[in-house]
Design a protein around this ligand. Sequence first.
Ligand code: HEM
Length: 225
Amino acid sequence: MTELRERKKGASSPSTVSPSQSLKKSPGTKGGFSCVSVLLALVFVVGATVSTSFVLTKSLTFGYSIRELRQHIPILFDAAKQSETSAGTASETSGSAKKPAQNKVEKKLLTLTTEELRQFDGKDPNKPVYLAINGRVYDVTAGREKYYGPDGGYNFFSGVDAARAYITGCFQTHLTHDLRGLTQAEIDSLSTWSDFYENHDIYSYVGQVVHEPIPEDAPLPEPCT
Ligand code: HEM
């Protein structure tokens, strides 16, 4: 027994080095595996995953699109995205890049005369219906049937800037943008209606109407009540 213990001691003497000790000490190894083995293992895992995906789904990504993968494992794409952004910023500075806003289809705003606006009074079913409030033109085609077409109860607003009538409720004689003689508070109250069209789900702002200036000596619209 004593002899055996001594033999064991002798086996771990400094002159004898076990295989694991030798691995720990050699350069380029990590936790008992060399870097090359770790890399090979990674390549193997990725290769096996891609091949399995191809066999099962005939796609290299288990049938997921790149967009879906982006959502599921964003970390893989973040670095690429960041470098794209910084490249974009650099070239934007140099003036050659397409800005993101340019990719959107921007609607061109209209500039109409009073006469041009009149063509959009809802009578022609092939044209949109526009109305204006104090120079701002709104597309109200979605309300053609109910309000703004020839059979609608508010057709008198179509094709004109009837800002005054929105304030006074005089739907026969105040279909004009002429706001002279009204108080500032009355004029301010117009924003209720412009906000109504501006923020409406189915109506939208499409541009402006530029009126001829109102002659100073033109008579003030008569009150209707
Ligand atoms: C300054 C006065 C008024 C103005 C400027 C005005 C304007 C309007 C406008 C622009 C609409 C259409 C809204 C849309 O496009 O969705 C509308 C709808 C309506 N207005 Fe007036 N209005 C006025 C006064 C009145 C009055 C006094 C009444 C009631 C006696 C009234 C009853 C209605 C009703 C019931 C609707 C909805 C009609 C429907 O659903 O078919 N309005 N109004």
